[in-house]
Ligand binder design. Structure first.
Ligand code: PLP
Length: 374
C-alpha cells in the first residue's frame, strides 16, 4: 500500500524539536505525571501495575469509564486505540473497499484524506467557508454526496479553524448519511477545549450510522500516553477490533491505567479547567495581536481547540511564509496548504502565555519584513 506524505505531521516531526518556539502544536502545553498528582489525581495504581499486555480493545475499566461519557453506550460500543489517529485509521480499514467514495470536510486534519486514497477510495471534499462563519458550502456538499459515499469525515470542533458546526448543520449531515446509507466519522478530539461557553455537542446518539473518534490528546492535555477511542455500533466495533489485532494488538497498559484515572468525572473537569485557563488567557493576547495588524488578517475567533486559523492578505505562498518565519525567527507554525487551503496560517494557542507572546512578536517581525518587501 503506497501512501502520500502527511505533510503537516512530517514537517512537525522534522522541526518541532529543533526550533526555539514550537507554535505548530494543536494541543495545550501537556501535563506531566507530577502535574497529575498536583491536580489531585490519585495515581497510586500506577506504582504497582504489572507491566504485561493490556486488554487489546482497552480494559473493561477504561471502556466502562469512557462509556459513561456517551449516553446509551456500553463497553461493546467502544474500542480503545493508540491515539485518536489509530481510531481513524482502523475505521478506514474497517469501512472502506476499493472504489468507495469518502466525503471529506476541508480545511481539516489530513489523515483521513491520505489513508482512504491509499486504500483505493476516491476522496471528494466539501468546504467550510470562512465568510459563512466556517459553516459548510452546502452546494459542494450536495454535489459530492452520492450512493457511492461510504462515509463522511469531519472534525468537530474543527482542526484547523477552531469552529463548531451549528445544530442545523449537524442535522443536515446526519440526514445525508441516513438518506445515502453512508456513515459519519465525527472526530471530536477537541471537544472539551472550548475557549468559552458550553461544551461542544456530540454527534453521538444522532444516528446509529455515526462513529465518534476522540481521546486524551487535546482537551485533556495528555497526548504522550497515546490513548484514543472509537465508538459505534457493536458489530462494526468488533470488526474494528480485528483490524487492531493485526496492527498494534492494543494500547500500552500504563497508558490505559492513566486514561482510567483521567476520564473520571472529577478528574476530567480538572483537566478541562486547566486547558480552558491556558486558552482563556492566550485567546485575549492573540486577538489583540491580530487586530494590531489592521486589515492584514481575517480571523474568526476560534470557539474550541488550542488553534487559530488566520487568512492573511498577501500573495506570498503559505509554505514560503512559514519557512521564512522558521528560518529567520526560530518559530514553527503551519501553512494553510497542510490543511487543504492556501493563504492561511495555523498558530497554536496552547503554550504558556510568556512563551506565546514572545513567539507572536517574532512572527510579527517576519511578517513586517514580508509586507515591506525585505
Ligand atoms: C482532528 C484530529 N484527529 C486526530 C488527531 C491525532 O490525535 P492523537 O494524538 O489522538 O492521535 C489530530 C491531531 O492533531 C487531530 O487534529
Amino acid at each position: 500500500m503506497k501512501i502520500e506524505p502527511f505533510h503537516m505531521e512530517r514537517m512537525q516531526s522534522v522541526w518541532e524539536n529543533i526550533v526555539e518556539y514550537n507554535m505548530s502544536e494543536s494541543g495545550v502545553h501537556p501535563v506531566s505525571l507530577k502535574d497529575l498528582f498536583e491536580l489531585g489525581l490519585d495515581m497510586s495504581k500506577i506504582d504497582t501495575l504489572p507491566l504485561g499486555y493490556s486488554q487489546s480493545n482497552g480494559t473493561i475499566e477504561l471502556r466502562k469509564a469512557v462509556a459513561k461519557l456517551y449516553p446509551g453506550a456500553t463497553v461493546d460500543h467502544i474500542e480503545v486505540t493508540n491515539g485518536s489517529s489509530e481510531a481513524n485509521f482502523i475505521l478506514c480499514l474497517t469501512l472502506l473497499e476499493t472504489g468507495d467514495e469518502v466525503l471529506f470536510q476541508k480545511p481539516n486534519y489530513m489523515q483521513v484524506y491520505g489513508v482512504p486514497r491509499s486504500l483505493g477510495a476516491d476522496v471528494k471534499t466539501f468546504s467550510l467557508l470562512q465568510e459563512k462563519n466556517w459553516e459548510p458550502d452546502w452546494e459542494e456538499f450536495d454535489n459530492a454526496m452520492s450512493e457511492k459515499t461510504k462515509f463522511i469525515y469531519i472534525s468537530n470542533p474543527n482542526n484547523p479553524t477552531g469552529s463548531v458546526l451549528s445544530k442545523d448543520s449537524m442535522e443536515k449531515i446526519v440526514e445525508a448519511i441516513e438518506k445515502f446509507d453512508a456513515y459519519l466519522i465525527a472526530d471530536e478530539v477537541y471537544q472539551g477545549a472550548e475557549l468559552e461557553g458550553d461544551m461542544t455537542p456530540s454527534f453521538w446518539g444522532m444516528s446509529n450510522r455515526v462513529f465518534i473518534v476522540s481521546g486524551l490528546s487535546k482537551a485533556y492535555g495528555i497526548p504522550g500516553v497515546r490513548i484514543g477511542w472509537l465508538i459505534g455500533d457493536p458489530e462494526t466495533v468488533a470488526e474494528a477490533w480485528s483490524q487492531h489485532d493485526y496492527i498494534t494488538i492494543g494500547p500500552n497498559i500504563i497508558s490505559d491505567c492513566i486514561a482510567q484515572i483521567a476520564v473520571r468525572k472529577e478528574n476530567r473537569q480538572r483537566l478541562y479547567a486547566r486547558t480552558r485557563e491556558i486558552l482563556g488567557e492566550n485567546r485575549v493576547i492573540f486577538k489583540e495581536w491580530v487586530e494590531s495588524f489592521g486589515d492584514f488578517f481575517d480571523y474568526i475567533e476560534s470557539k474550541a481547540g488550542p488553534i487559530a486559523y488566520v487568512k492573511y492578505n498577501h500573495e506570498i505562498p503559505s509554505v514560503e511564509l512559514v519557512e521564512r518565519i522558521r528560518d529567520n525567527q526560530d518559530v514553527l507554525i503551519v501553512p494553510g496548504t497542510h490543511f487543504g487551503t492556501e493563504g492561511f496560517l495555523r498558530i497554536a494557542l496552547g503554550s504558556p502565555a510568556d512563551e506565546f507572546k514572545t513567539a507572536l512578536e517574532r512572527i510579527r517581525k517576519e511578517i513586517e519584513k514580508v509586507r515591506t518587501f525585505e
